[in-house]
Design a protein around this ligand. Structure first.
Ligand SMILES: [Zn+2]
Ligand SMILES: [Zn+2]
Length: 381
């Protein structure tokens, strides 16, 4: 079976730089990862193929040999190289996919003794509508794993220190030959830590970490919407062996407003207005996020008319201005009238022309809106 060209496998040109090769591999590896495609042999093959291509193209010596002599130069037992399982150690997959999704330790052969990034945490935060509009600062409390202060995360009792694992000599993994491949396995004695604690710290019982309830201040930017998340860098769980802490993701849920409905950066609402105001014209009070605003309606305004208040909508979360407020006027019929009011309305009713349905003037849309009844009438009319 002929092997595919390594550049073709990664989908990069022959002149691609290291960064481009790395990111092409990263993308492929994530897409074809066996954990994301369980039981998919094709994806698994592609995943291995990409790893092999990367192991060669990422190594300057192997790459130049491959450029000159092709696959023969870098494959097989004679040339060494080939599929190197350690190539995975190049990437911290937990960083890409997030520990919270359970991708923490995909590769048994990963060098676990080295610095590792802590797990990401997620916190769901419900905020009132007003806070999403104005922005806010709030404090949340989360339990998280932190480095033990008594032993500074080493797990060894104060005064003692962990010793290097004799079996793997601190590597965290042991290698052995299997056919043409060198296979790396997590060291059984230190379980990948590379170090052995003989006198465990009493505070954390040797774990190096303790769970703490931490209060964290969260700044909520004005304009944030439900489903958006804030990333608080390095506020997740502590890393190990000097690795950085994970991130804390605060997922925002905005409570509904009793009056305003939000769509993007625009706000919508309905305003009840007396018939008299709409008939005579005048000022009506429209509530906005910044307080009530006086808006003029002209004489003879119909119910259902929408007024647009520019710049009175939600702020853009990235600071690019504000949306508009659309207020739809709804005529309000009084539910109860006093005797006097009733008399006046009756007088008005006497002088107003009686309602009668008049077909609309012939317009462009009339054709579309004619119903079946109209069409039948035409046919026999
Ligand atoms: Zn400790
Ligand atoms: Zn070991």
């Amino acid at each position: 079976m002929s092997k595919r060209d390594y550049y073709e496998v990664l989908g990069v040109s022959r002149s691609a730089g290291d960064g481009e090769i790395k990111s092409a591999y990263r993308k492929l590896a994530m897409k074809c990862h066996p954990d994301k495609n369980p039981g998919d042999k094709d994806a698994e093959e592609k995943f291995k193929e990409a790893a092999e291509a990367y192991s060669v193209l990422a190594d300057a010596n192997k790459r130049s040999a491959y450029d000159r002599f092709g696959h023969a130069a870098v494959s097989g037992a004679a040339g060494g190289g080939g599929f190197d399982p350690n190539v995975f150690a190049e990437f911290d997959f937990s960083d890409i996919l997030g520990n919270m999704f359970g991708f923490g330790d995909l590769f048994g052969g990963r060098r676990r003794g080295g610095p590792q990034r802590g797990a990401d945490l997620r916190y769901d935060l419900e905020i009132p509508f007003e806070e999403s509009a104005r922005g806010a600062e709030t404090t949340i409390q989360i339990p998280r794993q932190e480095n033990c202060e008594a032993c500074q995360g080493s797990g060894a009792a104060p005064g003692s220190s962990p010793s290097t694992c004799p079996q793997c000599r601190g590597q965290g993994q042991v290698r052995f030959q299997q056919g043409f491949f060198t296979v790396a396995r997590t060291c059984p004695q230190c379980r990948g830590a590379g170090k052995i604690v003989s006198k465990p710290c009493q505070t954390c019982r040797g774990a190096g970490r303790v769970t703490k309830d931490r209060k964290i201040t969260v700044k909520i930017p004005a304009g944030i919407a439900t489903g958006q998340q804030l990333r608080l860098q390095h506020e997740g769980e502590a890393g190990s062996a000097g690795g950085p802490a994970g991130h804390l993701y605060v997922v925002i849920h905005v409570q509904e407003h009793e009056f305003f409905r939000r769509d993007g950066i625009n706000l919508f609402c309905e305003i009840p207005v007396n018939f008299t105001t709409l008939a005579l014209g005048g000022d009506i009070q429209v509530p906005t996020l910044d307080g009530s605003e006086s808006v003029k309606v002209s004489e003879g305004t119909q119910t259902g008319t929408t007024l647009r208040l520019r710049g009175k909508g939600m702020p853009d979360v990235n600071g690019r201005g504000r949306g508009d407020l659309f207020a739809t006027v709804q005529v309000q019929t009084p539910k109860k009238l006093t005797r006097e009011q009733r008399k006046l309305v009756e007088q008005l009713a006497d002088v107003l022309p009686k309602e009668k349905f008049e077909p609309r003037a012939r317009g462009e849309r009339e054709e579309d809106e004619r119903n079946l009844f109209d069409r039948v009438k035409d046919m026999f009319g």
